[in-house]
Design a protein around this ligand. Structure first.
Ligand code: NAD
Length: 499
């Protein structure tokens, strides 16, 4: 098969899916543009669909619909609003296989990983269903007949801009909480993986969400910029690379919007000589190769402290069990594959030793897929690009140090701060690292320390701009504002009237 993924020229090959459309006011509608991009499957290079490059006009239509819906939705009691998410959760579970196949097709991850992504969406909805128990306000009689009371009030129309690496889960970081808390949302999916969100829109509608409460506007920069500028959008959440997170944060906040922008990552795993070799090797392998290394929580740098060659040997054995096309998915596109391979080649040229080499990976029958094999690079130095930059591929760069403090200095010097982990059997040493790693999420003998609900997800430093976290209890502060009311009633008035 010769699919046109290299030059964006449409051949005579039919697309698997109909052209993607925006979803506004409960209907799938054409964008006000004929400009489109191709949606190519990383699995085999097949042309899946086209996605419209929507304009600020399309966004404005969505904002108008959301604003109209907000009047009723925000006044619907939260206990009623969350009923939609009980049903949505059940629909995610009912349609698990189909949703996972779609994620797999457009993103390239394995089916098992895609299933986990949908299941996480179900867990996120479960959290949203518990919001009525968490958002009760406070009330206190502060002096005779005078009460102070707080309430979490929805913001209005809010926007969510999402990346390619979790086509379904990252949208579900924001959709259930923001909407259950009474907001109306516009989401801008990644143009590389626009199909899953359209399916989520259908499921939300089936779950009973009224028209206009959830809207999807596809596209790229123009839509994102229009979101940051639109006067009727109150809050913007962004998940993606640090470069774009900074642009979005600056632009949205300069327009006086609330913004939480999560960026890229470079996660360090510190391995001490007393770590359990098999468990450590398995954990690091899963962390660096899961989702083909395209996770903001992926292990990307390993800092080996002291004599840990026996663990590195075992790590290489584990990594060799990871096979492209079997238990390792594709990376998103050819540009990514080439970028990742360039990083490996450059490090090798600078004297690093490639212990396991994933360059030249191909999968039989899927020659147009974009696969990179798992790669272990040893004797990396902190100044090399593979040590400093986010590679976003199944590559682990090993740096050697003599002490934990040297390892922490390397971790601390990195501008990112999403996750870090330490592998050791010494509790005191683990605590020492937890206290000193400069990362929002820290693991001990856990390679991907993603906090499960109800704990919140969010990094530090250049991995997050804005206050608070995007999921869990912390997200309540982001998606609502606090109303403080003080009331005064004559406590005797009722008695007098009655008598
Ligand atoms: P990206 O920054 O390229 O794109 C994210 C979104 O921004 C997309 O919707 C895209 O259309 C839009 N966009 C891209 N360039 C833009 C520009 N110049 N102006 C305005 N909008 C623009 O990110 P990606 O490649 O889709 O995703 C991978 C990145 O996301 C990685 O860096 C990864 O670490 C990060 N990520 C972070 C987290 C986290 O929680 N911190 C979670 C998932 C992914």
């Amino acid at each position: 098969m010769d699919y046109p993924y290299l030059n964006n020229v449409r051949l005579t090959i039919p697309m698997k899916y109909a052209p993607v459309r925006n979803y506004i006011n409960g209907e799938f509608v054409e964008a006000a543009t004929s400009e489109t991009l191709d949606v190519i499957s990383p699995v085999d290079g097949a042309l899946l669909a086209t996605v419209p490059l929507s304009t600020s006009h399309d966004l404005d239509q969505a904002v108008k619909a959301a604003k109209k819906a907000f009047a009723t939705w925000s006044r619907t009691p939260i206990k009623e609003r969350v009923q939609v998410f009980f049903r949505y959760k059940a629909l995610l579970e009912k349609n698990l296989d189909e949703l996972a196949r779609l994620v797999q097709e457009e993103n390239g991850k394995t089916f098992v990983e895609a299933v986990a992504e949908i299941e996480k969406g179900s867990e996120l909805s479960e959290f949203a269903c518990s919001l009525p128990q968490l958002v009760t306000g406070e009330v206190l009689e502060v002096s005779k007949g005078v009460e102070c009371r707080t309430e979490h009030v929805p913001l209005g129309v809010v926007a969510s801009i999402v990346p390619f690496n979790f086509p379904s889960m990252v949208p579900n970081w924001t959709i259930p909480n923001a909407i259950a808390l009474g907001n109306c949302m516009i989401i801008k999916p990644s143009e590389k993986v626009p199909l899953s969100v359209g399916r989520l829109a259908e499921l939300l509608q089936e779950a009973g969400l009224p028209p206009g409460v959830f809207n999807v506007v596809h596209g790229t920069n123009e839509v994102v910029e229009a979101i940051c500028d639109h006067p009727d959008i109150e809050a913007v959440s962004f998940v993606g690379s640090t470069k774009v997170a900074k642009l979005v944060y600056q632009r949205a906040t300069s327009n006086f919007k609330r913004c939480l922008a999560l960026g890229g990552a470079k996660n360090h795993l510190i391995v001490l000589p007393d770590a359990i070799p098999a468990m450590t090797a398995q954990n690091i392998t899963a962390s660096m190769s899961g989702c083909a290394g395209q996770r903001c929580m992926a292990a990307s740098a390993m800092v080996a402290v002291g004599p840990v060659d026996h663990i590195i040997e075992q790590l290489c054995e584990e990594v060799l069990k990871v096979v492209p096309g079997q238990n390792l998915g594709a990376v998103i596109n050819r540009e990514s594959k080439e970028r990742i391979e360039r990083y490996i080649t450059e490090a090798e040229g600078l004297g690093a030793k490639v212990l396991v080499d994933g360059r030249q990976a191909t999968v039989e029958g899927k020659e147009n897929g974009t696969y990179v094999g798992p790669t272990v690079i040893d004797y990396v130095t902190p100044d090399m690009a593979v040590a400093r930059e986010e590679i976003f591929g199944p590559v682990i760069s090993i740096m050697r140090t003599r002490t934990v403090d040297e390892a922490l200095a390397i971790e601390n010097a990195n501008p990112y701060g999403n996750a870090a982990a330490v592998f050791t059997q010494n509790g005191g040493m683990a605590r020492y690292v937890i206290d000193r790693a400069s990362a929002g999420m820290v693991g001990v003998n856990v390679g991907v320390p993603v906090p499960r609900e109800p704990f919140s997800f969010g990094g530090w430093n250049e991995s997050r701009f804005g206050a608070g976290d995007i999921t869990g209890k912390s997200s309540i502060e982001f998606w609502t504002k606090l109303r403080k009311s003080t009331t005064k009633w004559n406590p005797e008035a009722g008695i007098n009237w009655m008598s």
